[in-house]
Design a protein around this ligand. Structure first.
Ligand SMILES: C[S@@+](CC[C@H](N)C(=O)[O-])C[C@H]1O[C@@H](n2cnc3c(N)ncnc32)[C@H](O)[C@@H]1O
Length: 273
């Protein structure tokens, strides 16, 4: 079996749950809201969230009246989501630790399902897609969110450029990420169809995040995903701070009103089981 990358290890995600929530949900929440609109849920629909993280999609669906099961393989993520459910005193939503490649759920149990920037990390993405379809009832709808184009993903290209400016000699030996294999409309459509989804259609979704407090944002951002935590752990605090100044400067350069602004694009694949 191929070696797992840092973003394929449950403990690595669990360890960063609160930084993830602070730094990343501002973006993933915009895709979650778009996916939710496209799914067109009815009140009391049973909805599954695969690789739910700190639960932005699940919480939105529950607030809209759906019955939600949020699943994630990282106990730390599930623990944080359970806290949020309790804080909001939401009913009709629960969270369970579960690997999205082997869902402990009977066939046809849900009316709808989603995975927002989640199953893209699986070592076996096709198995994740097939599992999502298996647990939906006939005609149940799925929404799968992946990145549109890894090569132009600002989130990552700006980090690489900022690291290169501060430490030109730094060489990352990381292999290309698994999530880059399930990116773009064509790959997403083809692979959802191969997993048995029907009437597959893919739309582009854009998320824009204005960063009011760059320093606070940067300190969370460096730990908002396992590969970033790994990279900045290697670089150490001083270099990380210098990279942060470059990164924020680059974001600021492309904003219109002085606030650093990040723009990222995803694809949302919709299909019927
Ligand atoms: C980028 S986060 C997305 C979280 C959430 N869906 C959102 O939109 O904010 C990726 C999530 O995938 C989860 N994950 C990665 N591999 C998984 C697997 N094999 N089974 C279940 N969850 C997994 C991680 O624990 C993490 O919470």
């Amino acid at each position: 079996m191929a070696e797992l990358s840092p973003d394929q290890v449950a403990e690595n995600w669990g360890a960063i749950a609160s930084d993830y929530e602070r730094a990343f949900e501002g973006l993933s929440g915009q895709f979650a809201a778009h996916a939710l609109r496209l799914l067109g849920l009815r009140r009391d629909d049973h909805v599954l969230d695969v690789a739910a993280g700190t639960g932005v999609f699940s919480l939105m669906a529950a607030r809209a009246g759906a019955k939600v099961l949020a699943t994630d393989f990282a106990p730390g993520m599930v623990a944080r989501l359970r806290e949020r459910i309790a804080e909001e005193q939401l009913s009709g939503i629960s969270a369970e630790v579960m690997d999205g490649q082997a869902l402990a759920i009977p066939d046809g149990a849900f009316d709808a399902g989603a995975s927002v920037l989640g199953l893209i990390f699986f070592p076996d993405q096709d198995r994740g897609l097939a599992e999502l379809r298996r647990v939906l009832r006939r005609d149940g709808r799925a929404a799968v969110v992946c990145w549109r184009d890894p090569a132009t993903l600002q989130l990552m290209t700006l980090v690489k450029q900022a690291v290169h400016k501060v430490v030109p000699e730094f060489q990352s030996h990381a292999a290309p990420p698994a999530w880059a294999r399930l990116a773009g409309a064509e790959a997403l459509k083809t692979r959802m169809e191969a997993a048995g989804f029907r009437e597959v259609a893919v739309v582009t979704s854009k998320a824009v995040q204005k960063i009011d407090e760059p320093e606070a944002y940067w300190s969370g951002f460096t730990r908002s995903a396992p590969p970033l935590a790994h990279l900045f752990g290697q670089l150490g605090p001083e270099v990380t701070a210098a990279v942060g100044r470059e990164y924020i400067g680059a974001l600021r350069a492309q904003s219109r009103d002085g606030l650093p602004t990040l723009t990222v694009e995803a694809c949302i694949g919709l299909g019927r089981a």
